[in-house]
Design a protein. Structure first.
Length: 276
């Protein structure tokens, strides 16, 4: 049976943690949208059965954008992940007809349970009921968490990596998206994030490689090329540097566990170094 498509929308800064998307692979085909501005186009392109919006600290503008998308695509169930939590935000999510609202960190068991339930909703054979949307005012008590000016300046470069990590990404091109020359960009990037742009790019590629490997659809070499590496040996060295295991071992471990055992494998995963 063909898996339903889940469109994953990153509404935070930088790259999302890959673990939840890896877990989604047991029940869904995953498509990704780089941000709220691209969701309508990606919905037309991928025709998803459900949407997942991952936030860090949502502000009113992003919540309103998510609510507008839900209103335009009322029959698509929406899963919301957020690091911010308040009673008013939870009530707003309910009134906005969010299918479920999860506060990060989400345990592996809870995430798997929600994904399995959501997949069942998506593959139902009976006609979907008409959804009656309620006008929900975005909470006014969201904490003001202004983005650090340096991070805001460099955000276009992070977006550039998210969109082009599988291609040949040059620091000069990323610098141009921020309106900086390469030298100034490199200096500011290291000061803001504590690592070089090259290091960030490698982390992004390894993050996506973990997701591809867990799906089992590509060979290790195929994954290497899919995330921007031109040499399998180099890919293996970089992958082990960040995760502590070779890509082939990581893939075999994920596939051997299967969807039922994955929910009990969090202890082993915690031994791996996070790449996001």
């Amino acid at each position: 049976m063909t898996k339903p498509v889940l469109l994953w929308v990153n509404c935070g800064s930088g790259l999302p943690d890959p673990e939840h998307r890896i877990r989604c692979g047991a029940a869904f085909e995953i498509a990704q949208s780089g941000g709220l501005d691209e969701v309508t186009i990606e919905i037309s392109r991928h025709r998803p059965s459900a949407l997942c919006f991952e936030f860090d600290y949502p502000d009113q503008q992003r919540l309103q954008a998510m609510q507008s998308i839900k209103q335009d695509h009322a029959r698509l169930p929406v899963l919301m992940l957020t690091q911010e939590h308040s009673e008013s935000l939870a009530v707003w999510a309910f009134r906005a007809r969010v299918w479920n609202y999860l506060v990060k960190p989400v345990s592996p068991g809870e995430m798997s349970h929600n994904l399995e339930a959501l997949a069942k909703v998506c593959i139902r054979t009976s006609p979907a009921r008409t959804v009656q949307l309620v006008a929900a005012a975005v909470p006014a008590d969201l904490r003001d968490r202004p983005l650090d000016p340096e991070v805001a300046l460099l955000q276009p470069a992070l977006d550039h990596v998210a969109q082009h990590y599988h291609e040949r990404v040059k620091a000069s091109a990323a610098a141009k998206t921020c309106g900086l020359d390469r030298f100034e960009f490199s200096k500011r990037f290291r000061a803001a994030f504590g690592l070089t742009f090259r290091e960030y790019l490698l982390r992004a590629r390894v993050s996506e490689a973990r997701r591809f490997l867990a799906s089992g659809k590509l060979s290790v070499t195929g994954v290497a090329y899919s995330v921007g590496f031109n040499d399998g040996s180099h890919f293996a060295r970089i992958f082990k540097r960040f995760t502590g295991v070779l890509p082939s071992d990581y893939r075999d471990s994920e596939l051997a566990q299967g969807p039922d055992r994955r929910r009990r494998s969090s202890d082993r995963r915690e031994m791996l170094v996070s790449c996001a």
